[in-house]
Design a protein around this ligand. Sequence first.
Ligand code: GLY
Length: 314
Amino acid sequence: MLKFFLRNHDWVNGIAEARESLVAGKHRNDVIEQAINAIEDDRSIETVGPGGFPNFAGEMELDGAFMDGKGRMLGAIAAMKNIGRPVSVARKLMDVGLHTMLAGEGATEFALANGFTSSDILTPKMRQRWNLAVRPLHDEPGTIMEKVRGLNSFDLENDLESRSSQAPFDSKDTALMIASDGNDISIATSTSGWAGKHPGRVGDSPICGAGFYVDSRYGACGCTHMGEVAMRAATARLVVGAMSLGMPLSEAIAHAAKDLKTLSGGAGGGLVVHAVNQQGDYAVVSCNAGPVKFWFWNEKMPNPVLLDAEEWNH
Ligand code: GLY
């Protein structure tokens, strides 16, 4: 097996270090954790970690997961408050090896018991944005879900003095990384989820088989963007399962993309599907999610390259 990694988005944080670490012989899980921490710790990134937008109640609830394709060990963390690195908590849960998923207060409790520190991770910038855009809705009639639904078409940018490059209510992005250290493949995710989401809403990023899946015998798949869609279609497992039945990577991705087209009802929305096979071939397809980029490197390449996903619109 080749050493390689694939990381979504054009965020450069930790990319050079990931290559250096894999070349130096570091374990894939250490490399992935470090490269995702580099995104979680960057407060200028507004869809992952403490830089993200809070839920409807003004609280940060973070999701993340870690899965090792050797033996398919798993740790997933959902709707965790007050801890800034869900990917590291998920990895700890995987390494402990008893439960596979913890949510809410139990996730925070587990993190605290394992040396993570707790703090109010909502940034002043996001507190201000939430105060402007969401807090006033609390006094209006209607259920939280009705108001969350309304936020999707709400143009928060017009309410802000300083414009951001990203419309907060389109923010369902994730940090996602797949890596091989030459022995096996692992995958991990981390996100602050849907901006302004209903408290307790969990996206696909910590849901095994939806937002991520890996089996070193065949490959790995991870999804970003509209988590509800990946959960309804169990997209990541579908891609890896198709490869396990002998489908080439490109056909497995096409199979999953066709399957997404058959969903009806619900919120809909685009999904980006990132996959690699056991040989280290890759495919990244943006299904109705617009242009996106990703990083790829393998040990035959001098440096990681930033590539464009294929766009499949229907
Ligand atoms: N894909 C990230 C989310 O839906 O939360």
